[in-house]
Design a protein around this ligand. Structure first.
Ligand SMILES: NC(=O)c1ccc[n+]([C@@H]2O[C@H](COP(=O)([O-])OP(=O)(O)OC[C@H]3O[C@@H](n4cnc5c(N)ncnc54)[C@H](OP(=O)(O)O)[C@@H]3O)[C@@H](O)[C@H]2O)c1
Length: 272
């Protein structure tokens, strides 16, 4: 979708972190934005800031783990704006913990927030996009979905599923005017879930794993909509060659991933 000005974007997880930065970036492109997350005050604050940019912004407090609230979010947005042109499935939680110690409830909640909500919200929005003959769904994956991280099994599993989900959608939606993309950021250095990991380990990610910024992720989201990109990995240095090695030579790939990430991820998963 080339033209974004005057169109409507619905973004989940907009109260802070990457979602907040993406919402502002979409507003800078002239899009009206609907902001969803569980924190009403943070959403209202952002909506007020975005309205100053000359576009419309509405905060809809929503728990994406609740199907009824997702249905209501879609209905309320359509009633207010008449269409949903862009859906950004960004709300997400991490669950880094040795898998034999993770709370079963945390496994369920991670799947619910990261994956089930993404799939349900897309299901509720797609009929309207198809009827309008235009729309774009952006799913917030992760490099953790490109190769399952040690100590992040539940999180990585949801992100890998989001990549496959996006591929299926693209196959189905070909030539309908509606499409989908998945964005796979590495560690964002300026806020978001990896801040927590930084606090736990007392240091940033090792330099050789690289990093990204929230602005770079927002730029990628916009590029994915404008240029209909299937998948964008957002990290410097580029990780695609490593993932290609993992695909072509699994044993070598596993060794590379283990020596570069395991120690750091183990520290990140240690809570006591
Ligand atoms: N930051 C990174 O380095 C990085 C890297 C790769 C991928 N990602 C992905 O990017 C996305 C955003 O991550 P982030 O780093 O910005 O995380 P964050 O700062 O922790 O923000 C998470 C957002 O999700 C919302 N959220 C969580 N549970 C929710 C629920 N049940 N219902 C509605 N909203 C909920 C939070 O809002 P409330 O608490 O107000 O509900 C918040 O707005 C996630 O999908 C994450 O997996 C992030």
């Amino acid at each position: 979708m080339k033209e974004l000005r005057g169109r409507t974007a619905l973004i989940t997880g907009a109260s802070r972190g990457l979602g907040l930065v993406i919402a502002k970036a979409l507003a800078r492109e002239g899009m009206n934005v609907v902001l969803a997350a569980r924190s009403p005050e943070l959403l209202e604050q952002l909506a007020a800031e975005i309205r100053q940019m000359g576009v419309r912004a509405i905060a809809y407090p929503t728990d994406v783990a609740d199907e009824a609230q997702l249905r209501h979010l879609v209905e309320a947005t359509l009633q207010e704006f008449g269409s949903i042109d862009v859906l950004i499935n960004n709300a997400g939680i991490e669950a880094f913990r040795p898998y034999h110690l993770i709370n079963p409830e945390d496994i369920v909640q991670t799947i619910q927030v990261n994956l089930t909500a993404t799939m349900l919200l897309t299901r509720f929005v797609l009929p309207h996009m198809l009827k309008a003959g235009r729309g774009h769904v952006v799913n917030m994956g992760s490099t953790a979905g490109k190769y399952g991280p040690a100590f992040g099994a539940a999180y990585g599993a949801t992100k890998a599923a989001m990549i496959a989900f996006t591929q299926s959608l693209r196959g189905e939606l070909y030539k309908t005017g509606v499409s989908a993309s998945v964005i796979c950021p590495g560690f964002a250095t300026d806020g978001g879930i990896y801040e927590v990991i930084k606090q736990r380990t007392g240091r940033g990610t090792p330099w050789y794993l690289g990093s990204t910024s929230a602005e770079a992720v927002a730029k990628a989201a916009i590029k994915s909509i404008r240029n209909d990109r299937p998948e964008l990995i957002v990290n410097f240095p580029a990780l695609r060659p490593v993932f290609a090695i993992c695909q072509a030579f699994p044993r070598l790939g596993e060794w590379i991933v283990r020596v570069t990430t395991r120690r750091f991820l183990k520290q990140a998963a240690t809570r006591d």
